[in-house]
Design a protein around this ligand. Sequence first.
Ligand SMILES: Nc1ncnc2c1ncn2[C@@H]1O[C@H](COP(=O)(O)OP(=O)(O)O)[C@@H](O)[C@H]1O
Ligand SMILES: [Mg+2]
Length: 254
Amino acid sequence: MRKEKLREQMLKNQRANRYLTKDSNERKVVEEVFDGATIRSLNVLRQRGQLDYLNGVVAAGKEARVYWGVALDGAPLAVKIYLMVSADFRKRMRYIAGDRRFEKIPSSSRDIIRLWVQKEFKNLQAASEKGVRVPVPYSLNSNILIMEYIGEPPRPAPLFAETEVDEDDYNWTMKTIKNLYRKAGLVHADLSEYNIFKTAKGERVLFDMGSAVLTSHPESKELLTRDVTNMARFFRKRGIDSKDPVGLVEEIIS
Ligand SMILES: Nc1ncnc2c1ncn2[C@@H]1O[C@H](COP(=O)(O)OP(=O)(O)O)[C@@H](O)[C@H]1O
Ligand SMILES: [Mg+2]
């Protein structure tokens, strides 16, 4: 319910939330919200024509905020902005080290976040190209990732956690984990009912791919087992029978 209220507030504040309009007062509002580096990063995306303006916050997490952005042609965009100051950035190392796409491991939190955004972008791109349904990635810069908006703004689509699920959803989930592994060569590594959308039309979309690792990653099997176990537990909790996770994992990697 609190979420609802926040969204209403957000709509009211729509104009105030716009950034970099010609009105210098509005600009001031924005500069209080974002740090200087993020403002510059948003400006670069704008100069490239990849973003017109931001309409308001969709979700505010500890490490990233997702905004409803608007493209030059008026289409909605999901703009994920990682907070540059994050206490937890070091726990990301597990998912970066061991990934042969990233040879040099950065040491500053800023560089780790930049790398994280690149990784999330590449993961979305790889999944998307291989026909695994994820938000289509559009562009990135520094700590900002722009992708397809899933849902009808200002609302994101409901999550599995927030909606009814059935056996088709279970089958889709296990098939998608398998396709992600076999076709895109990836393990999601942070999979749960909070990282899968089910839209009003019933379309399912996997997202939040920053943690995803290549199947060649030394811990990929362990991470895959965790993903499958999480989803099996979720469906069982909802009264949907799941096969044994260990068997499912063997089936995926065999
Ligand atoms: N592509 C998208 N379209 C619409 N909403 C999104 C999109 N990506 C994320 N969101 C919203 O932002 C929330 C957090 O996104 P997520 O990628 O899971 O970030 P975190 O790393 O904080 O978990 C989601 O639960 C959803 O409400
Ligand atoms: Mg998430």
